[in-house]
Each structure stands twice: as structure tokens, then as C-alpha cells.
Design a protein around this ligand. Structure first.
Ligand SMILES: Nc1ncnc2c1ncn2[C@@H]1O[C@H](COP(=O)(O)OP(=O)(O)O)[C@@H](O)[C@H]1O
Ligand SMILES: [Mg+2]
Length: 307
């Protein structure tokens, strides 16, 4: 099975990478692709404010997703994971009664947890994710066979993947620890969880991609591969290139920059290949507009069969 086909057999996939490289577009394209394969896919945004505008939801004709999963296209559900609602869900579920909740809130363990500050925010997202992964259909099958998450930024991804280990050091026992271990059992099992890094073939994004791959490994998060997006198509052969190079530089230096772009892109992809053994799937620069997502989904479909 190709690495891309494997992506569709996972329970949870984190789409991560530097801002602007195409995480949201590829999340939408992969969801389309998953739906074509009959996978019950849930796409997730991670947000702070329920009123925030979502570029991912935009691909499905909406301004934003809601805090409960809703059908956004045939076979595709969408949801926004909000730290606050996740925290509430967490406290309600872990501490079943009000008396217990009060007792827990005065416990040392929970006080230590709350004082971990920003981690508690990630904990909200983490717990909501766990709830979605646990949800079952009446048949007993998972309600969302694939949970595909459009991660906000590199730092957030590592905070989320590193969260269980960090918090388990503070709270090694009890219901909180059990929830953390259960979440880990999805995220850190290479059969169930994967992170895919999206990058573009330019110097900084490739450097950041290599750093992110290292960070993911440190937090025990299995990595599926790299989606190298917006690879420029080179219309010239090597012979044409050498013939055109110097006249172009003389006549039109600005044009020469565009002329060099495909060559620089190849160089950056080679640098990435030298730095990782993971599969690198190339996606071309396509025309912007309504057909972008279906265009990307078509390329992913072909790649899935060959790579
Ligand atoms: N393969 C592609 N070809 C052309 N444009 C693309 C491609 N992938 C993404 N884009 C464009 O790049 C911009 C950033 O993409 P987006 O998915 O929003 O990135 P991110 O979610 O990583 O910030 C958008 O305008 C999108 O239309
Ligand atoms: Mg985005």
C-alpha cells in the first residue's frame, strides 16, 4: 500500500506545516479524496473564538464550522475544536458529579494541571479530539473513521503532540492520566495516528519542514510523509535551459528569476530528500480558483496509485 493510501486507513491525521503552504487546501482535497474512497471523514479546524472566520470551511461554502460535527458536503463532516469547550467537556466527563468536580478542583493534581497554563488550553483541544475519536455508530463502528485536522501552526502541533508526556509527569495517575494515555494510544500508534507535513519547495519552508519532522519525532508522533505543494512545472528541457539562460539574464533580469524558480525548487526538494527518508509527494502549482481543491484531489488520487 502506498504511503498516501495508508493515510486513509488511519484514525487521526494532523496536517501541519508553516503558514501559507497549503495545509487548509490540502486538508480539503484529502477530505474530498477520502470521501471518494467511502471513508467517513471529519475535518477539524482548531480555533480560539467561535466567531473566527475559517479558510477551511470556506472550501465547503461556509464561513466557519460549528462546535458539533455537521455534514458540510456529501460524506464529509466538519467541526471546530475550541479550547474552552474541550476543557468543559473534559471536566464534565472526568469528574462525573459536581461534588467530585469540587473535590478535584481542590486537589493538588488538578491545581498543578491548571497552573501548567497554556497546556491546559491544548488539553481542551486534546480532549475534544479524544471524544470525537471515541464516538461510535449504533453498529459499533467509529462514527468518524478518519479525523483530519488542519493544524494552526508548527508550534501548536508540537504542543499538542508533546502534551500527554508533559502532563503525565504532573499527573501520573487517576482519570486525567487515563484520558491522556487513551489519547496517546491513538496519536502515538503508527497504525492509528500520523502527522503529514505540508511544505513548498523554497529555502525557509524546507528548513522549517526538516525542523518540524525532528520535533515530531521527539514527541513520539508517527509521521506519514511530506506533501510538497506548489511545485512549479518546468516547461524547458536541460538543453533549452542552458541556451536561454544568459540571453534572458541580459534582456530581462526579472523574468530570469521566474526562469530559475523550477531549478531552485528541484534543489530544495533534493535538500529535503537528503534530510529525511520519509515519502515526499509532489503536488504541482495549479491555477487559483474554484477548481483548486478538486484539481489537488485528482493529483492526490493519481499519486495514491503510484507512490
Ligand atoms: N497547489 C497549489 N497551487 C496554487 N495555489 C495553491 C496551491 N495550494 C495552495 N494554494 C494557494 O495558497 C494559498 C495558501 O493556501 P492555504 O491552504 O490557505 O495555506 P495554509 O492553510 O497552510 O495557510 C491559498 O491562496 C491557496 O489558494
Ligand atoms: Mg490554513
Amino acid at each position: 500500500m502506498s504511503s498516501l493510501q495508508e493515510l486513509f486507513t488511519r484514525r487521526v491525521v494532523l496536517m501541519t506545516g508553516k503558514g501559507g503552504v497549503g495545509r487548509s487546501s490540502l486538508t480539503a482535497a484529502l477530505a474530498t479524496q477520502a470521501q471518494r474512497k467511502g471513508v467517513r471523514v471529519l475535518i477539524c479546524d482548531i480555533g480560539d473564538d467561535p466567531n473566527d472566520y475559517s479558510p477551511l470551511a470556506r472550501h465547503f461554502g461556509r464561513d466557519r464550522f460549528t462546535a458539533a460535527p455537521t455534514l458540510v458536503a456529501p460524506g464529509i463532516h466538519g467541526v471546530v475544536l475550541l479550547a474552552r469547550s474541550g476543557q468543559e467537556l473534559f471536566l464534565k466527563s472526568v469528574l462525573r458529579s459536581g461534588t467530585l468536580a469540587r473535590a478535584a478542583l481542590s486537589s493538588d493534581a488538578l491545581r498543578r494541571l491548571l497552573s501548567a497554563g497554556p497546556s491546559f488550553k491544548e488539553m481542551g483541544v486534546f480532549f475534544q479530539l479524544l471524544t470525537l475519536l471515541r464516538a461510535k455508530l449504533p453498529s459499533g463502528e467509529p462514527e468518524h473513521s478518519l479525523v483530519l485536522i488542519d493544524m494552526p501552526a508548527t508550534g501548536h502541533t508540537l504542543s499538542l503532540t508533546g502534551l500527554p508526556e508533559l502532563l503525565l509527569r504532573l499527573v501520573p495517575r487517576g482519570p486525567i492520566a487515563a484520558a491522556l494515555r487513551e489519547g496517546q494510544s491513538y496519536l502515538n500508534d503508527p497504525k492509528l495516528g500520523a502527522a503529514w507535513v505540508v511544505a513548498i519547495p523554497e529555502t525557509l519552508p524546507v528548513s522549517e519542514c526538516l525542523e518540524l519532522l525532528e520535533g515530531l519525532q521527539k514527541t513520539g508522533m508517527p509521521t506519514g510523509g511530506v506533501l510538497m505543494n506548489r511545485v512549479p512545472v518546468d516547461p524547458f528541457s536541460a538543453a533549452e535551459r542552458s541556451a536561454l539562460q544568459s540571453p534572458l539574464e541580459r534582456i530581462n533580469p526579472l523574468g530570469a528569476e521566474g526562469f530559475r524558480r523550477p531549478v531552485l525548487a528541484r534543489r530544495e526538494i533534493a535538500r529535503l530528500r537528503a534530510g529525511t527518508k520519509l515519502p515526499i509527494i509532489e503536488l504541482p502549482e495549479l491555477a487559483h480558483g474554484a477548481a483548486l481543491i478538486s484539481g489537488l484531489a485528482d493529483v492526490l488520487e493519481k499519486e495514491g496509485r503510484t507512490s
